[in-house]
Design a protein around this ligand. Structure first.
Ligand SMILES: Nc1ncnc2c1ncn2[C@@H]1O[C@H](COP(=O)(O)OP(=O)(O)OP(=O)(O)O)[C@@H](O)[C@H]1O
Ligand code: SF4
Ligand SMILES: [Mg+2]
Length: 323
């Protein structure tokens, strides 16, 4: 039987403003099994990175408050840990490849120094042992000359090499859960493929549970066991990729899939963009936040938020799901 390594229960995140708190995440719940990949998709600004950061308890701004019914990592509630306990767990049991490797890496230290510091912080002592583990982690993600990469500063590496180095740093302690936030964005297709292959290899070897955040729906389709569709901080649909791609039930999921460009031999095919825009955080519509953009909306949608309902392994939050 598959066991959930990470279980996120009713995660809420709000940020204070002069007009009162604004909700960034609203009742986000999901779990990931050992050795499986869960994809998180949605338009820009819908809360994907915030979900990742809130799970880790690392928030980018003051005035943000997390509430949840628990963020369980192998049965241990991360929200109940004190600062020292949390430092022990982050990087060792759960780690993250950040969306912007160029800014996530420290420009004044070599890659080797940065990875070795992570190794040292999580219990390996002695320069020689730390260096050996660090070099092995670089080799494991595919660098044939790890010493050369270890001696380089972040600015001396290409985007793809920086991203692979980030993956080496995030996986050096063989975490049970890896969160990869847009690990392939802005990279050429062959580098994308290499990064995805390395993530898959690490997963197979260590049974890592991966939360893969990506705008690339084709990558999500190929790599994931489960897909979560997010909009304005709420999860609207969750199911396996084949069910989602062949038969989306939530109108927003259908809209996202309609945006995928299709190749045509004869003329430029139309891209069916979703009408309207993601609303500002400060101006979220009441009820279903997608209602102003939804051509299936009914009066109820404009004042009441639909509760997620599960059936046959699929969860949908919508009053009028697609037939
Ligand atoms: N440092 C911050 N302070 C205040 N609000 C923030 C901050 N960072 C993000 N937000 C807000 O949180 C919301 C969710 O942002 P988030 O970065 O999670 O989006 P995302 O889905 O990851 O988008 P993208 O696909 O562009 O990376 C957005 O409305 C954004 O404006
Ligand atoms: S709840 Fe209503 S507005 Fe929201 S997606 Fe479903 S039909 Fe559209
Ligand atoms: Mg993001």
């Amino acid at each position: 039987m598959n066991t959930a390594v990470l279980e996120v229960r009713d995660l809420n995140l709000s940020i204070d403003s002069s007009n009162g708190p604004h909700q960034l995440l609203d009742g986000v719940s999901f779990s990931i099994n050992a050795g499986e990949t869960t994809g998180l998709v949605g338009e820009s600004g819908c809360g994907k990175s915030m979900t990742a950061l809130a799970i880790l308890g690392v928030l980018p701004a003051t005035g943000m408050t997390i509430r949840s019914a628990g963020i369980m990592l192998n049965g241990e509630d991360l929200t109940a840990l004190n600062h020292a306990q949390r430092r022990r767990v982050l990087g060792q049991d759960i780690s993250m490849v950040f969306q912007q490797p160029a800014t996530a890496l420290d420009p004044v230290f070599t890659l080797g120094q940065q990875i070795a510091a992570t190794v040292h912080r999580h219990g390996i002592s002695g320069r020689k042992a730390c260096r050996q583990t660090m070099l092995e982690s670089l080799e494991l993600v595919g660098f044939s000359q790890p010493e050369k990469i270890a001696a380089a500063y972040p600015h001396e590496l290409s985007g793809g090499m920086r991203q692979l180095s980030m993956i080496a740093m995030a996986t050096v302690c063989k975490p049970a859960v890896l969160i990869a936030d847009e690990p392939t964005t802005a990279l050429d297709v062959s580098t994308q493929l290499m990064i995805l292959q390395q993530l898959k290899r690490l997963q197979t070897e260590y049974k890592t549970a991966i939360l893969l955040i990506s705008h690339d729906l084709n990558i999500i389709r190929q790599c994931c066991h489960t897909v979560l569709v997010m909009y304005c901080g709420r999860l609207l649909e969750s199911t396996d990729p084949e069910s989602l791609f062949s038969h989306p039930r939530h109108p927003y999921s259908a809209g996202l899939l309609g945006c995928i460009p299709k190749l045509s031999a004869t003329r430029p095919p139309p891209i069916n963009a979703i009408a309207g825009q993601v609303p500002a955080l400060t101006d979220l519509p009441p009820g279903c936040h997608f209602a102003p953009r939804c051509d299936r909306a009914i009066a109820q949608c404009r004042h009441t938020a639909p509760e997620p309902e599960s059936d046959n392994g699929r969860t949908v939050a919508c009053f009028r799901p697609m037939p």
